[in-house]
Write a protein that binds this ligand. Structure first.
Ligand code: PMP
Length: 428
């Protein structure tokens, strides 16, 4: 039984004491007071199926006992001392994390958020190459810090302040809306064009998510990254994969999103699901690239602190022990099949896409013009919640449902989710 403050009281305090930039998802607010694996519970004890995992953050499941135990054990021993002293947790965890990486991606810098990780990747790319210009995709989201707001390519997330110096956005290889459909190689030509027209012919780096998260679960067209990595490296740049949403086996077929495109990046940034809910992020790179940061003092107070390292290490153990990558493939395939069938039934579904447990459903009011069905998306979104299912929404026009549940999501959960969608869409 929950006996804490109720929604109205929380809302009133939030309005009074918190920055109004904090936005709420639902018109009728949900006061979440407890979480257990793929379920969330509100103040009245009502259970919701969480198909968004706190924006793809809760990888193992809410309050997964193994992660909680690791955090509690470490918290009781030593919460924090910083990296100016030795502590085994950060070193053990770094060793375990890089064991998951291919090639020479063997050195980690831990930070606290995805924005910080991408900030650091930008810095390393510039220091290492001696070049300044950076390429990113349109429709990308890489954070909202002063530097990464410029990498992010959605007007909805951009303040009217100077930002993005030296950042150039290339054509998004979006198979559904892009001019070249699913032909990845054609979009790669635009990278050459932008380097030739908008930079000194040299670049520091190229950023991409392999499935754009905030952008609406947009999978990069197949065959895109391999030629782009070649083009970027020929122009003196390094390649950065933002795995903040796609990492840790969520795609089902591979542990890292970049592997789905058959490339090995020079820097990988990680956040969100890496810590199952604790503030943790990482920049993984080669020893050679990592060394540039040591040219002057560099410090991050909480980065890789013992408690967060213990959590991150426990996450890796859970994902391995419970074979979550395989599970994501099985449940994701089933979910995709059912969503494709739903698309046959409901004209409003323009596109179903994604891999494993990172899926998107794009709603359009007309399949030919692909006009975003923004109003209907909102209406359905509330209806899913009323029926006990929480999903994400995204895309530049807010017309994409994002399905990214904790990786313990079952076949039965998938069926319930699709049944709820079907029911709500039938009522539109
Ligand atoms: N990269 C990606 C792909 C993201 O989705 C996000 C957050 N939505 C970030 C970076 C920024 O992460 P954070 O909010 O932890 O700064």
């Amino acid at each position: 039984r929950y006996d804490g403050p109720l929604a109205d009281e929380v809302l009133a305090k939030r309005k009074k004491f918190l920055n109004p930039a904090l936005f709420l998802y639902y018109k009728k607010h949900v006061n979440i007071v407890e979480g257990k694996m793929q379920y969330l519970f509100d103040e009245s004890g009502r259970r919701y199926l969480d198909a968004f995992a706190g924006i793809v953050t809760v990888s193992c499941g809410h309050c997964h006992p193994h992660v909680v135990d690791a955090v509690v054990r470490q918290t009781k021993l030593l919460q924090h001392a910083t990296t100016i002293y030795l502590h085994h947790a950060i070193a053990d965890y770094a060793e375990a994390l890089v064991a998951k990486m291919p090639g020479n991606l063997k050195v980690v810098y831990f930070v606290n958020s995805g924005s910080e990780a991408n900030d650091m990747a930008m810095l390393m790319a510039r220091l290492y190459t001696g070049n300044y210009d950076i390429l990113a995709l349109r429709n990308a989201y890489h954070g909202l810090s002063a530097a990464t707001m410029g990498l992010t390519a959605h007007s909805t997330w951009k303040h009217n302040v100077p930002q993005g110096f030296g950042v150039h956005h290339v054509l998004n290889p979006n198979p559904y809306r892009g001019p070249f459909g699913a032909d990845g190689t054609k979009y790669a030509d635009d990278v050459t064009n932008v380097i030739e027209s908008s930079t000194p012919g040299k670049v520091a780096g190229f950023f991409a998510e392999t499935i754009q998260g905030v952008g609406g679960a947009v999978e990069l067209a197949p065959g895109y990254l391999a030629p782009v990595y070649d083009i970027v490296r020929k122009a003196g740049g390094i390649c950065i994969s933002d795995e903040v949403q796609t990492g840790f086996g969520r795609t089902g077929t591979h542990y890292w999103g970049f592997e789905t495109q058959g490339v090995v990046p020079d820097i990988v940034t990680l956040a969100k699901g890496i810590g199952n809910g604790v503030p943790l992020a990482a920049v993984v790179t080669t020893p050679e690239i990592a060394s540039v940061l040591a040219r002057c003092l560099h410090f991050n107070t909480f980065g890789g602190n013992p408690v967060c390292s213990a959590a991150g290490h426990a996450v890796l153990e859970v994902l391995d022990k419970e074979e979550r990558q395989k599970h994501c493939a099985v449940v994701g395939d089933h979910l995709l099949k059912r969503l494709h069938a739903l698309q046959e039934k409901h004209d409003i579904i323009g596109d179903v896409r994604g891999k494993g447990l990172i899926l998107g459903i794009e709603l359009v009011s007309d399949r030919t013009t692909k006009t975003p069905a923004t109003v209907e998306t909102l209406q359905l979104f509330e209806s899913f919640k009323d029926l006990g299912v929480l999903v994400g929404k995204g895309g530049l026009h807010g017309n994409v449902f994002r399905i990214k549940p904790p990786m313990c999501f079952t076949l039965e959960d998938a069926d319930f989710l699709v049944d709820v969608m079907d029911h709500s869409m039938s009522k539109l």
